[in-house]
Design a protein around this ligand. Structure first.
Ligand SMILES: [Zn+2]
Length: 395
């Protein structure tokens, strides 16, 4: 399923230090015990409500968008200009698309809007590399004021063909977090594959093919297709990783969809090319599981398989890790700390020296540049509000 994975997995097992640490072993057992129980009883109402709230565009949402756009064009976002030394915003992106709308007709980050992001960040902030950020957070170097780091998760091919030329034009560095099992293959990231599938096939067809009682019940509710897709994806994320993979595999064989250009992953040669162009390369597991839903020995296997494959393919050992879906807990972070120097989550906020290097927050890049400006300013206020002297002038 994942090219080259078998060999790496075997090697990884021989490298794993057998848990000599009793405390870790105890936590390991507890984690396994937790995994035998479903995290929550299946609550269809919760899934449906959440999916609807994500898909319905209320007037308040449109008003907020309007305010953000207006404040951006009037230049009313200088709050973050005062962002001090030792603090930084880490942004995370995934794909950049050629078209401005997705399969549902919803706005997505296209290449023109992405260029506006980069131009804005290069003008108003000080883009630095992840290495510079980590050295700064460790107190080894001084971070510039308004430091910002760009990161890209997963390893999509459009990062080379659409993203890299724009970053090169503005001289902005970036870090790519690679899911090694998907590199060089023809597979989709499963959630995008389901999005495509639900946009093309009728709920009744999916209901008959899925073989999962919750997906079947959701399909019978008469939901609007995008809300149905979101509810099903939320449900799948809650399942144990092997159960989720089996369900995706069943849908995949019932509705085979060739991966499209936007969703294609990089080849190893293309990852090497990005590195040659100055991208820093970090680890993002081998198969992209939600690590908090795996037994700890599986987490360890994912970390080592990814790290060792990157080392074999690129000749450098990655030192920074990105948690799939941003999901971590103290046990997972401790394990990541054995093999990596730093790790990023999707918890929103700015990084400062107060943050543990293994759970650095990031800000999800929104679609429009006006929203990006607003997010940065808003998170700056949150950071400033948390300490005394909110309005004190700073150097
Ligand atoms: Zn990811």
């Amino acid at each position: 399923m994942h090219p080259g994975g078998g060999k790496t997995m075997k090697e990884a097992h021989t490298h794993v230090p057998v848990a000599g640490n009793e405390r870790l072993e105890l936590k390991r057992q507890r984690n396994q015990l937790d995994l035998r129980l479903p995290r929550n009883p299946i609550d269809l109402d919760r899934l449906v409500l959440r999916a609807r709230s994500l898909t319905e565009r209320r007037w308040t949402y449109r008003m907020k968008q309007g305010v953000k756009a207006l404040s951006f064009y009037l230049g009313l976002h200088p709050a973050s200009w005062k962002l001090g030394a030792g603090e930084a915003a880490v942004l995370f992106y995934h794909k950049v698309e050629r078209r401005p709308l997705d399969v549902w007709g919803e706005p997505v980050l296209d290449v023109h809007e992405f260029e506006r992001h980069v131009a804005y960040l290069a003008r108003e902030y000080r883009p630095v590399s992840m290495s510079e950020l980590i050295a700064g957070l460790r107190g080894q170097t001084r971070l510039p004021h308004r430091a910002v780091v760009l990161t890209f998760d997963d390893g999509y091919r459009n990062n080379l063909y659409l993203v890299a030329p724009i970053l090169a034009r503005y001289g902005v560095p970036a870090m790519l977090f690679v899911t090694t099992g998907l590199i060089g293959g023809n597979q989709w990231m499963w959630a995008y594959e389901l999005e495509e599938l639900f946009s093309r096939f009728a709920p009744e067809e999916i209901r008959q093919a899925c073989g999962d009682p919750v997906v079947a019940r959701l399909c019978a509710l008469g939901l609007e297709p995008r809300a149905l897709m979101m509810a099903c994806v939320e449900h799948l994320k809650d399942l144990p990783h092997p159960v989720m993979l089996a369900l995706v595999e069943r849908l995949r064989s019932a509705f085979p969809l060739p991966v499209n250009d936007e969703n294609r992953f990089l080849s190893w040669n293309e990852v090497r090319e990005l590195r040659r162009q100055g991208f820093e390369i970090g680890a993002h597991t081998e198969t992209h599981p939600i690590l908090t839903r795996l037994p700890l020995e599986e987490v360890e296997r994912e970390l080592l398989a990814c790290r060792d494959t990157l080392e074999a393919e690129l000749g450098i050992r990655p030192t920074v890790f990105s948690y799939p879906n941003g999901a971590t807990n103290p046990e997972v972070s401790a394990l990541v700390g054995r093999y990596f120097e730093a790790a990023v989550t999707t918890r929103t906020g700015f990084c400062s020296r107060a943050h543990a290097l293994l759970e650095l927050p990031r800000i999800g890049a929104p679609v429009h540049v006006s929203e990006l400006a607003f997010e940065l300013a808003w998170n700056y206020f949150r950071l400033e509000g948390a300490r005394p002297g909110l309005w004190a002038p700073r150097e």
